[in-house]
Design a protein around this ligand. Structure first.
Ligand code: ATP
Ligand code: MG
Length: 565
């Protein structure tokens, strides 16, 4: 079977919708998922076969570079070769069985991708954690997940050792490093000595495949479990429709390895399409390096977070020429229309927005060929029937604000998470009536575009009005003084709560009179949006609290305002 055949099984009723008004018929689909599915065998190995027969366009499956001009390029065949050796390490020396959990904490090094594929081959469940975890985070994750094996590098190994004795399930520690460490097996040595003969295990489509942690924007991160088909087949929708990839494309997605977005856009989505995954491993985000990389490598497709675009548009973009870049995408948070405009003015390219969660694949997006409505994240993805519903799960009329939900009856979409691991109560709380509730609020307009209002917790209720922080933030960023901002509710003796903005100033405005600036910004917001939304309080700050994936943690600012811990 060819890759496309396998993936077509699931989307057989989804023809590429050139005309996005055909959506109604697509949304009701009930795909036939094969009983067994394994992304390594059914997709990656098939690409490798096609490569050998000269049936896939030239170009690597993985192209990795770093700041020291080191480079790794693997074809699908090479990816297969290395990952099969690693699979033998996992099931041999580490004696891991199918469904045992492997905790992986590495920065963006090629080994991270090998572990991803080797876990698929052995049927072990991969738990990627972000590289910036503290000892406490790691302990918590190891204990709750009962992981049997951990894979990390020399910087985090001591942190791991400091908590390992409290993790009774943990049996094997693999070190990715040229150096040795007591109590640890060396990843590279084991790999070199392992055989590359490995037969991929049989996995059922609904067997657990991965557990990703949510970003922790609203509280502590939740362990979110997905099956083999959920991401493995479900993310086809991201690859084909949203990222618009083919075998000839080179996709650079900048997200952290601990974030589900890296499974989305750095593993499954591009490889469903046979595209090349490009990675630039930089110690920390650097606008200049990003822009240079986009100019110097044949990247066709670029996907990053709004926070990164906000930084990039502060640079002099006219100094760079992106010769191969064709398609730019943003997800994870709302992208400001002002930033989209600036990016387009400088590069000629639109930013296509995507909306989804660790729990899902793409829920909605702006797809190539579709009219872009800045401020809306687009229309429902073919994967789901998305509706705006009330607290009881009743579908609300177009234009009315409510909860963004995904229909789960009569058929629960296969590409929705299985559960929050070991937390049935929390899992059950997400479902109301026929819907899974995202926890986000918004509305759908007459044309089917979805407009985000905010996370349910972030919406501000002031003097009878409901105010989404994003609208106020969008208004603020249009002013030259504002680099970025976060808007939250703040207590007020008369109104109960009022709008407060935390503002990071652009360099030119840092030394200006702050009282005057407050007035100017307030007037500005009143002019560009409904006046009741203007921030009655403004505080200037050097930076905003953010998650590792770069999302603004409004909850932290809000708690401070309300004197909560
Ligand atoms: P936690 O659930 O731990 O609080 P999180 O919800 O940020 O963290 P993720 O699963 O990484 O964890 O993010 C999904 C959320 O990100 C969505 O529910 C939504 O609130 C937000 N989001 C993602 N994309 C967009 C977008 N394009 N526009 C607005 N919000 C978005
Ligand atoms: Mg969430």
């Amino acid at each position: 079977s060819s890759v496309t055949e396998v993936l077509r099984i699931s989307w057989h009723r989804v023809s590429i919708p050139q005309n996005f008004t055909d959506y109604e018929s697509i949304k009701q689909y009930n795909p036939q998922i094969p009983e067994n599915f394994n992304f390594a065998k059914d997709v990656l190995d098939v690409w490798a076969e096609q490569e050998k027969r000269g049936q896939r366009a030239d170009g690597p499956a993985l192209w990795w570079v770093n700041d020291r001009k080191e480079e790794v390029r693997w074809s699908f065949d090479e990816l297969g070769f290395h990952s099969r050796r690693l699979a033998n390490v996992l099931s041999g020396v580490c004696s891991l069985n199918q469904q045992d959990r492997v905790f992986l904490v590495l920065p963006k090094v090629p080994e991270w991708w090998l572990v991803n594929v080797a876990c698929l081959r052995t049927g072990t469940v991969l738990l990627p954690g972000t590289y910036q975890l503290t000892a406490r985070d790691i302990l918590h994750r190891l204990q709750t997940s009962r992981a049997r094996c951990v894979i990390t590098d020399e910087s985090l190994a001591p942190v791991l050792d400091s908590v390992a004795s409290q993790c009774s399930s943990l049996q094997h520690k693999l070190l990715v490093s040229p150096t040795k460490r007591d109590g640890w097996m060396n990843f590279g040595d084991l790999l070199r000595n392992a055989s590359s003969d490995h037969e991929c295990v049989n996995t059922r489509s609904d067997d657990p495949m991965t557990i990703f942690f949510t970003s922790g924007t609203t509280g502590s991160p939740k362990m979110t479990q997905h099956s083999h088909s959920s991401y493995g087949i479900g993310l086809t929708v991201n690859g084909r429709y949203w990222l618009d990839l083919t075998e000839r494309d080179v996709l650079w997605n900048t997200s952290d390895t601990g974030w589900a977005k890296s499974a989305w856009s750095s593993v499954f989505a591009p490889w469903t399409q046979g595209a090349c995954v490009f990675i630039h491993h930089m110690p920390r985000f650097n606008s200049h390096t990003v822009l240079e990389t986009l100019s110097n490598y044949p990247i066709t497709t670029f996907c990053t977070a709004p926070t990164a675009y906000r930084m990039l548009v502060q640079e002099d973009l006219s100094k760079y020429h992106f010769n191969t870049l064709q398609h730019c995408l943003s997800a994870g948070e709302p992208i400001n229309p002002d930033v989209m405009r600036k990016w387009k003015d400088a590069t000629g390219l639109d930013i296509y927005e995507g909306y989804g969660q660790t729990e899902t694949v793409l829920i909605a997006g702006t797809f190539k060929g579709m009219k872009i409505n800045a401020g809306s994240f687009g229309k429902a993805s073919p994967a789901y029937d998305v509706q705006v519903v009330d607290e009881a799960g009743n579908v609300l009329p177009r234009g009315v604000e409510g909860n963004i939900g995904i229909r789960v009856k009569p058929h629960k979409p296969f590409c929705l998470f299985t559960e929050y691991t070991d937390d049935l109560v929390r899992t059950a709380e997400c479902y109301v009536g026929d819907f899974y509730l995202t926890g986000d609020r918004g509305r759908m307009d007459q044309d089917g575009y979805l407009w985000f209002e905010g996370r349910a917790d972030d919406v501000i209720l002031s003097a009878g009005y409901r105010i989404g922080p994003f609208e106020v933030e969008n208004a603020l960023i249009e002013h030259q003084a504002v680099a970025e901002s976060a808007v939250v509710s703040s207590p007020d003796p008369i109104r109960g709560e009022v709008v407060k903005a935390f503002v990071v100033l652009t360099p030119e405005y840092k030394s200006q009179d702050q009282d005057q600036l407050v007035k100017k910004l307030q007037t500005h917001v009143k002019e560009v949006t409904a006046p009741y939304k203007y921030p009655r309080k403004i505080e200037f700050v050097e930076q905003l609290p953010k998650t590792i994936s770069g999302k603004i943690r409004r909850v932290e600012l809000r708690n401070k305002e309300w004197g909560r811990s």
